[in-house]
Design a protein around this ligand. Structure first.
Ligand code: ZN
Length: 318
């Protein structure tokens, strides 16, 4: 296989969806003030980000870090062209997303039976049924909130271990039948490698077509960038990431979090895939995040040395 054919399916344009405000902040003990979240969104928007998951509609007593989601969402919706999504764990959360007119709501469904029972006390098929109820509620409200289902633990699970590809494919078909507009695949615990990604994405594309257009990789074992690249090569056009690589899995202590937004922005720019992102602005924002999260570990690599000389515009004398 030639290099050209290996990379022939790289999209011309891709979207990095910032999920740090939800996936990143939800596992921290501290509560980041609302004003800092709004500044994060404002700066990320100025750096070119046009899709952000800004919070989650879960009971505030369970997740005080995200208790201000309605306020943060309302702000995000004032920025023209920004697609603001929220995570909703169930029908109750979805009803709030519909009432607050989020642009998109993401319902997680764990492909691991054991993980699903441990986290939600529901089987994956119970969640499929809930997705059907969410779709019905959306339609009854005359709402156009996009309904995305994120298949978590799609590549394996810390409780159950192996998750069969055939089970993931079955669940994708089931949630599409239940009324999901689109699906995403998530490596929640960092078990995936690029070959696993290629195999699963190919199989899921066969049932979902372009309704699969998002992948979500954690960097637990340093495979996040390689896995993102594998997904891109199969035509996946939207990748989740967290600024500063924050987030992660509470069951994997000490592990790094999600793929870092700024690293992914660098990868895509280097390969000539358009994102509309300003790398230096993202790195500057990472500096602010480090202050807001003083004492927490941030991850990622590209920020240290910045863009290579080959990717810098020559300075023009004024
Ligand atoms: Zn995640």
């Amino acid at each position: 296989m030639t290099t050209d054919s290996l990379f022939r399916r790289l999209p011309r344009r891709a979207v990095i969806r910032e999920v740090g405000l939800r996936d990143g902040l939800q596992i921290l003990q501290r509560v980041v003030p609302t004003a800092a979240k709004l500044e994060w969104i404002r700066n990320a928007y100025a750096a070119g980000q046009r899709e952000m998951e800004v919070g989650s509609f879960v009971p505030a007593r369970l997740m005080p870090q995200l208790a201000d989601t309605a306020e943060v969402l309302a702000y995000a919706k004032t920025l023209p062209g920004l697609l603001a999504s929220v995570l909703v764990p169930n029908l109750k959360g979805a009803e709030r997303a519909i009432a607050e007119e989020a642009h998109a709501m993401l319902v997680p469904l764990s492909a691991s039976h054991a993980h699903s029972l441990a986290n939600l006390r529901k089987t994956p098929d119970d969640v499929v049924a809930e997705i059907g109820r969410i779709r019905a509620a959306r339609d009854a409200a005359g709402s156009r909130v996009l309904l995305e289902v994120g298949i978590s633990t799609a590549f394996g699970c810390t409780i159950q271990g192996r998750v069969e590809e055939s089970e993931v494919v079955r669940l994708v078909q089931a949630v599409l039948d239940a009324g999901a507009d689109r699906v995403s695949l998530a490596d929640t615990v960092g078990y995936a490698d690029p070959l696993m990604v290629s195999r699963l994405v190919e199989k899921v594309l066969r049932v979902a077509g372009d309704r699969l257009d998002t992948a979500h990789f954690h960097d637990t074992r340093g495979m996040g960038i390689a896995n993102s690249c594998a997904a891109l090569q199969l035509g996946i056009r939207r990748l989740d990431a967290c600024l500063g690589g924050i987030g992660g899995c509470p069951h994997a202590p000490g592990a790094s979090g999600n793929v870092a937004t700024e690293d992914l922005a660098y990868l895509l720019a280097s390969m000539g895939v358009e994102t509309g992102l300003d790398f230096d602005a993202l790195v500057a924002l990472r500096g602010k995040l480090a202050q807001w999260l003083d004492g927490e570990t941030l991850y990622g690599s590209a920020w240290r040395a910045g863009l290579p000389k080959t990717m810098r515009q020559p300075e023009v004398a004024a």
